[in-house]
Structures are given as C-alpha cells and as structure tokens.
Write a protein that binds this ligand. Structure first.
Ligand code: NAD
Ligand code: UDP
Length: 340
C-alpha cells in the first residue's frame, strides 16, 4: 500500500508551494484545508505545475472525526502542519478565533496523529517566538521571548505543547520550523500569495500599489536605529522555504525528538531597500509616505541560518531579485489573485 504525506493548510500560500516540492520529489500528498484563507483554484494550479494531483479534502482540522477518517483511509507516514490563521491585527481583535484555530486545531491534529500511530510532524512556527532579541542574527539557542500579539503567542504555545509531547512519548519526531519573512511566488506565475482584503504584509501591499489597486504604501516608521531608519527583516523566497520543508521532513524520518530550525537567508533588508528592489524588478514606481511606527513592530530581525545549513544541508538559494521578479510575475498575471 502506498504511503502519503498529509498537508494541513495545503491550499494556502506556503502549503501550496511545499505541495509542489513534495509532488516533484515523488511523494503522494493528501491535503486538508477549510479554504478559510485560500482558494480551491490553487489545487488546480498545483496540478498544472506538477502534472500530478494531490488528494484534496475540504475540512477543518478541529473536526476530529474527519481527521480520524483520513488517518484510517490513507496510509499517512508524516504530517506537514500549515493550517492556521496568521493576521496579526485580527488576532488582537479576536483572540478566541486565533487560539481556537491555531492551538485547538493543532491539539486536535496531534490527538488524531497519536491515535493513528503517526508520529512524524513538521510544524510551521515563526521567528515571532523570539520576541525582541537584543542581538542579531538570531540563532535557535536564543531564548524565546514574549510575542507581542495573540497570533505569535499561539505559535509559542504550540511549540511548548510539542516539547511536552516529545518528553511524554519518545515515538514523536517533530520539526518546528521558525520562518522569517516568506515572500515571492512560484516561477511559473501560477501560484502565489493571495491575501483577502487589504494586505498586512509589506510585499503584498507593495504589489497592490504597483497594479494600481492601492494608492500608496505607508512606511511604518523611519526613526528606528537602523541605517536608513526603516525596519529590517530577513525575506526568504517561498520556493526556498518549500525546499526547507522537504529537507526537514527527510531529516526527521529516522530519528525522534524535537528539532528546531530557523528558515531564513541570514540577510536583512530595510523597507526602503525592498521598495527600491521591487521598482527595479517591475519597472513600476511605488508611491509611499512615511507613517508612524506600527504597534508591536520590532526594529530588526534576521536569522542565523547555519544550523539548518549544517544539519539539513539546506540554504536559501534565491536572492532579492528573484523574490521581486517572481512576486511581480504572479501579481501582474493574476491581478485579482486566484479570482483573476
Ligand atoms: P495561508 O493563510 O495562506 O495558509 C494557511 C491555510 O490554512 C489556508 O489555506 C487556510 O484556509 C487553512 N486553514 C486555516 N485554518 C484552518 C483550519 N482550522 N482547518 C483547516 N484549514 C485551515 O498562510 P501561509 O502564509 O501559507 O502560512 C502557513 C503557516 O505558516 C501558518 O501556520 C502561518 O502561521 C505560518 N507562518 C506564516 C508566515 C508568513 O509570513 N506567511 C510566517 C511565519 C509562519
Ligand atoms: N511594513 C510597512 N508598511 C506596510 C507593511 C509593512 O512599512 O504596509 C514594514 C513593517 O513595519 C516591517 C516590514 O515592513 O518593518 C515587514 O512587515 P511585515 O508585516 O511584512 O512582516 P513582519 O512585521 O511580520 O515581520
């Protein structure tokens, strides 16, 4: 009987790119997604890119009976867990929604996995669990901090649950991947980030200004202690991130315990540098104005990615130009995202 990898949230931005990587590497994939922040069209596009079809199940990971049926029907050997909500501002306004989706959803999944004797898991964590460290770059041995919003806290809580799981039962083998700032799109231009409503993140916002849908970008603060005063982040191409998942999945296959890896490039770029790089790639001029700092933002954040390089033999290969060119290809050929 063939074996499958279960991908929760596989219709979403990072999950769809990772599904492509897995299918291309010869894995069979089952996706569960409730489509609360994604479109079924992404599944069709995955098929167009790879010539292969993931099995798609529309449903919620909090539906424990559905999870039990999936684990009974398929021969799942590992789970990549992307499903969750990620809008920082919304998490402040509606924390229950975030704790329910991200924490209760993860618990429901872990319970169903244990019941089915499936103990391999790759979890989508975030650099937000580090809080506001004093030094850069950030290594995995930095203490976790206090995330400034409920979204970030859900990631930290799930990491703590995972640490308890591996203590309690030595059969678990779990990778927690702390992403820095995922950007870009598949080079085919067929899949990419498709945020609903007004984007919160920098690059989707810039892209919407470029296609004329939004008038101007607000640069949140130019008085940080950084070279040009604007915030610095470690932007990582989503295709590199997807490859990092494949390497992590293979790495945890024959060991047990909990493994934490930063997935970043190790390079930081400021908001103004990002605007300039996007303008160069797209040939569009981006209108912006300096606005007050956004509550909860930190000045700078970039990774020391050497642990993943040593232990996974994984390094980000794509640079800022690739990130911008691929973002623009996706945005300009799908101005309304998957509804285009
Ligand atoms: P996304 O919103 O595009 O994808 C998440 C997917 O999960 C969506 O398709 C959504 O419909 C689905 N989903 C949400 N709740 C669900 C539930 N209860 N049951 C079933 N499906 C559900 O987001 P993304 O950018 O692809 O992020 C994937 C994961 O990575 C998330 O857990 C996110 O918190 C984490 N992460 C993202 C970033 C980022 O900047 N994109 C950074 C760090 C961590
Ligand atoms: N940013 C900005 N204007 C925006 C969105 C973001 O100036 O409309 C800045 C933000 O202050 C931060 C950087 O861009 O310095 C990355 O923000 P994003 O929300 O994409 O990622 P995060 O803050 O979660 O790292």
């Amino acid at each position: 009987m063939s074996k499958q990898i279960l991908i929760t949230g596989g219709a979403g931005y990072i999950g769809s790119h990772t599904t492509v990587s897995l299918l291309e590497a010869g894995h069979e994939v089952v996706i569960i997604d409730n489509l609360s922040n994604s479109s079924i069209e992404s599944i069709n596009r995955i098929q167009l890119i790879t010539g292969k079809s993931p099995i798609f199940i529309e449903g919620d990971i909090r539906d424990t009976d559905l999870l039990d049926r999936i684990f009974t029907k398929f021969n799942i050997e590992a789970v990549l867990h992307f499903a969750g909500l990620k809008a920082v501002g919304e998490s402040v306004e509606d924390p229950i929604k975030y704790y329910s989706n991200n924490v209760c959803g993860s618990l429901s999944l872990f319970q169903a996995m244990a019941k089915a004797d499936v103990f391999r898991l790759v979890f989508s964590s975030s650099a937000t669990v580090y809080g506001e460290p004093d030094n850069m770059p950030i290594s995995e041995d930095f203490l976790t901090g206090t995330p400034t919003n409920p979204y970030g806290k859900t990631k930290l809580v799930v990491e703590q649950i995972i640490a308890d799981l591996v203590q309690a039962d030595r059969r678990w083998s779990i990778a927690s991947l702390r992403y820095f700032n995922p950007v870009g799109a598949h080079p085919s231009g067929l899949i990419g980030e498709d945020p609903q409503g007004i984007p919160n993140n920098l690059l989707p916002y810039i892209s919407r200004v470029a296609i004329g849908e939004l008038a101007e970008l607000s640069v949140f603060g130019n008085d940080y202690a950084t070279p040009d005063g604007t915030g610095i982040r470690d932007y990582i191409h989503v295709v590199d991130l997807a490859k990092g998942h494949l390497k992590s999945l293979h790495a945890i296959f024959h060991k047990t315990g909990m493994y934490i890896w930063n997935l970043g490039t190790g390079k930081g770029y400021s908001v103004l540098e990002m605007i300039a790089a996007f303008e160069k790639a797209s040939g569009k001029s981006i209108a912006y104005r300096i606005a007050p700092r956004r509550a909860g933002d930190i000045a700078e954040c970039w990774a020391n990615p050497s642990k993943a390089a040593e232990e996974l033999l994984w390094e980000a290969e794509l640079g800022l130009d690739d990130m911008m060119i691929d973002t623009w290809r996706w945005q300009s050929s799908n101005p309304q995202g998957y509804d285009s």
